[in-house]
Write a protein that binds this ligand. Sequence first.
Ligand code: ADP
Ligand code: MG
Length: 263
Amino acid sequence: IPQPHPENLTPIDRSHMQVSDEEAIEIVGMNKWFGQFHVLRDIDLTVYRGERIVICGPSGSGKSTLIRCINALEEHQKGKIVVDGTELSSNLRNIDTIRSEVGMVFQHFNLFPHLTILENCTLAPIWVRKTPKKEAEETAMHFLTKVKIPEQAHKYPGQLSGGQQQRVAIARSLCMRPKIMLFDEPTSALDPEMIKEVLDTMIELAEEGMTMLVVTHEMGFARQVANRVIFMDQGQIVEQNEPEAFFGNPQNERTKLFLSQIL
Ligand code: ADP
Ligand code: MG
C-alpha cells in the first residue's frame, strides 16, 4: 500500500475546519447479519457536522458494510441509524431522503461507461431531483471545474485515467448537493501517481466543511485531515481517537498489531 507522507499532501490549515455540536449521523446499538454471519456488532457512533472521520481496520472487518448501512445500501437488523434527523427504516421515502443527502464514492468509480462525463454528472439531478437540464449542466461544470477536469466533460469514462475518473465520481456526488460524503477506499484501485490528486480533492472538500467518513489505508491523509480515526475489527469499533493519540499511543492490542503491519 503506497503511503504518501503528510508533507507530500497539500498542506492545510485545520483551524478553519470546525466541528459543530449538531449531529449529522447517530448510530445506536446497531447490529447486522448476513444470514447467520454477524457482520456488525453493537455499533455506537455519533458523527457531528464538519467531522472528518477515517475508518481503518483489516480486510473483512465490516468497514464497507458499516458505511453501506449509513447510505441504506444495506439493511441493518437491530439498533438505529439516524442520518440528518431522519431515521433509517424500511420506509422507502426515508431511504430516498437519505440517499439524496448522502454522497458515496466507491473504490471502482462506478461511472456509467456509455454516458459522457457531463451526462454522468447530470443524470441524477435531472431524473431524481427534477432539475432543469441547463441548470444541471451548469452545476456539473461548476463541480467538474472544482475537481480540475472541466475540459473532460464531453469524453467518456473509458477515455480518462483512473484518477480523473475518481474525481468525476466525486464531482458527480457533489452535483446532488450532499450534506455528508462517504468514501469507501477511494484510492485503493489507483496507480500511486494518481492517489495524490484524489486525496487533494478530498482535502479541499474537508477544508470547506464537508462532513466526511472515509474508509482508507492512507494514513498520511488520516493524520492530516481526520479529526477522528476509528479502528474496526471483526465487526466492532475497537478503538477511536484523535489522529495524534491514535497513531502515537494506540491502546488496544489489535490496533497496535494493525498499525505495525501497515505503517
Ligand atoms: P471490509 O470493508 O472491512 O473489508 P466488509 O464490510 O466488506 O469488510 O465485509 C465484512 C464481512 O462481511 C466479510 O467477512 C465479508 O465477506 C462479509 N460480507 C460482505 N458482504 C456480504 C454479503 N453481501 N453477503 C455475505 N457476506 C458478506
Ligand atoms: Mg471494504
